[in-house]
Design a protein around this ligand. Sequence first.
Ligand SMILES: Cc1cc2nc3c(=O)[nH]c(=O)nc-3n(C[C@H](O)[C@H](O)[C@H](O)COP(=O)(O)OP(=O)(O)OC[C@H]3O[C@@H](n4cnc5c(N)ncnc54)[C@H](O)[C@@H]3O)c2cc1C
Length: 272
Amino acid sequence: MPIEFRTASTFSDAAGLIAGDRTARLLSGGTLIMRDINEGRLTDGLILRLVDPAYRQINLSGRVELGAGVTMAAILKRRELAYLHAPAQAIGGPAVRNMASIGGNLFAESPYGDFTVALLALDAQVMVMQGFGAPRAVPLEEFLAGRARGGQGLVTAVQFAPPQNAADFRFRKVSRVRPKGLAVLSVAAHLPMSGGRVSGARVAFGAMAPVPMRAKAVERVLEGKALDAAAITAARAAAAEGIRPVTDAIASEWYRREVLPVHLARLLSGQD
Ligand SMILES: Cc1cc2nc3c(=O)[nH]c(=O)nc-3n(C[C@H](O)[C@H](O)[C@H](O)COP(=O)(O)OP(=O)(O)OC[C@H]3O[C@@H](n4cnc5c(N)ncnc54)[C@H](O)[C@@H]3O)c2cc1C
């Protein structure tokens, strides 16, 4: 069967088509899927384009809701989302950022997925539609854990509470080629402070496992502490717990393990 392209005008139509045809895949920004088609890795099945305007909407009243079709370029245009500019800017060059969507980033294979690392540190929920039912909120960590199984339906949006203080949110991507190399690693941290101590730490790593992961040991050692030299030393020591980096064309597993604590410490101490 050759590739068939169809356009869905509503979320329900797209979710129904995806549920009814196991070959169906959504074309979001297309930066990954079109490469698969052009390079002959994807040769048959249904490719869906979704034109529901809500797919590209940004809603900033209360909890932030970003339609899954929102692009990195659209994030960069919104001053209210300044805390997300570093992860959006970290994705490819300008042409890629004009197309690359948040939804597609949730499915991107490591070492891609830099924006998803930031969403994980923001404790985001993914809105998923299976068939014709209403979208269901799935914690991003759970969504990523289930990704290898496939069959995740249509992602309509992601939601999260914005950081109360933008300075509490930090992101760092390390790559060999600047400005648009692939990740040796990426780190995001949301470190709300209460009375001078971290309260509700969320730290996430990219390229340290097959999917972006929470750094729970780091979160534990930071919780309730002032962000001082002792806490940062403890975080460095905890960084390797649970990581499973791979060796790929960008870096070896050994190198990733060696440099992770260094860059985590730089992020926590606010260094460039
Ligand atoms: C030159 C180049 C450089 C890149 N650099 C980076 C980088 O630095 N960092 C990085 O993280 N990524 C990078 N990427 C990868 C990619 O551009 C991004 O990860 C991007 O966010 C993917 O989004 P997309 O909309 O283009 O995905 P698409 O190609 O449209 O989709 C990718 C996959 O996700 C599925 N999908 C997409 N949206 C949905 C949805 N809403 N519901 C269900 N399934 C969905 C598709 O069906 C497909 O299987 C790069 C790509 C290129 C070509």
